[in-house]
Design a protein around this ligand. Structure first.
Ligand SMILES: NC(=O)c1ccc[n+]([C@@H]2O[C@H](COP(=O)([O-])OP(=O)(O)OC[C@H]3O[C@@H](n4cnc5c(N)ncnc54)[C@H](O)[C@@H]3O)[C@@H](O)[C@H]2O)c1
Length: 293
């Protein structure tokens, strides 16, 4: 067992650990910051929302601090990992989580520039996050968790550039897990389903009123979006991240956890009694046509 994976003495699952969380000012990242702090970690929050970051640093006192880091910039990422080490003397956990919906264009409308921008945010950032964290994790092992998505698993859950980047995150996590196992560094991914966060409105350029209306509409539909009839919350994902970051998952690497309320179990008709199966309907029509004939 790597030193990183030894259980904490006081029951707090991340006691004494130092974590970097990107995209920590909102949604899944913020819920994970809150949970990690509650579990005894010291957290460096990385984001581009400096006002929110400053407020969070104040809220958490010496348990968390904030650093501006645009994860599309390699120099920012390198400086972030160095800062975690300088400030806390270690780096045990990295949650590569920052993101947005990226380019919404279809494959027919795509440009190289749009593709590159989306992949710099969602995939290259994850590779470089690991690249610059590993030197500080090597000595005593570590846990890396990368945010993928159910859009990595099936079509229709996100735009094409986003989905391809998130599929890249899954395989990147597997290959990195293999490479980094020699240092006792575990690498896993999380695939959230429909989670109520700012992501659905943040890149649409909506007015505050329109964004509030859109969020209210999303909140109303979210309990009905998947087989488990409850809204997907950032904390649902944070709990999975805690498992992958903590000694509870000491023998788990190179894989992913789907946190989606069952949305990927099968087509909607398989779990929603109000949604008839299209195949069954076709068969019934064919049977009726035959019996009439
Ligand atoms: N919400 C969902 O339904 C869902 C589903 C699957 C995957 N995800 C993924 O979860 C992750 C977190 O998203 P969320 O839903 O919490 O959204 P969110 O908008 O609430 O949070 C995303 C955070 O990332 C930050 N960010 C954006 N660009 C950045 C950059 N260049 N550098 C640093 N920080 C940046 C934002 O400022 C924000 O704080 C993303 O990777 C997203 O793709 C979300």
């Amino acid at each position: 067992m790597a030193a990183q994976d030894e259980p904490a003495p006081n029951g707090r699952r991340l006691h004494g650990k130092v974590a970097v969380i990107t995209g920590g000012c909102s949604g899944i990242g913020l819920a994970t910051v809150e949970l990690f702090v509650a579990e005894g970690a010291r957290v460096l929050i990385a984001d581009i929302q400096d006002e929110r970051g400053a407020a969070l640093a104040e809220r958490f006192g010496d348990r968390a601090s904030y650093r501006h880091c645009d994860v599309t910039l390699e120099a920012d990422i390198a400086a972030l990992m160095q800062a975690a080490h300088d400030q806390y003397g270690a780096l045990d956990i990295l949650f590569n989580n920052a993101g947005s919906g990226g380019a919404r264009e279809t494959i027919e409308e795509m440009t190289g520039e749009l593709w590159d921008r989306t992949h710099a945010l969602l995939l290259r950032s994850v590779a470089l996050g690991m690249r610059y964290a590993v030197p500080f994790m090597k000595a005593r092992g570590g846990a890396i968790v990368n945010t993928s998505s159910i859009s990595a698993l099936e079509a229709g859950a996100g735009p094409i550039a986003y989905s391809a980047a998130k599929a890249g995150v899954l395989h990147l996590s597997r290959v990195a897990a293999a490479e980094l196992s020699r240092y006792g560094i575990r690498v896993n991914a999380i695939c959230p389903g429909f989670i109520l966060t700012d992501i659905f409105v943040s890149s649409l350029g909506l007015t505050a009123n329109a964004a509030a209306h859109a969020n209210a509409t999303l909140a109303a539909v979210s309990p009905h979006a998947q087989p488990l009839a409850v809204p997907g919350t950032p904390d649902h994902v944070a709990q999975a991240c805690l498992y992958l970051a903590s000694p509870a998952s000491a023998f788990v690497t190179g894989t992913h956890i789907v946190v989606d309320g069952g949305i990927t179990v099968g087509p909607r008709s398989s779990w929603d009694p109000n949604m008839p199966s299209p195949i069954y309907e076709l068969l019934q029509k064919a049977a009726e046509a035959t019996s009439v004939g």
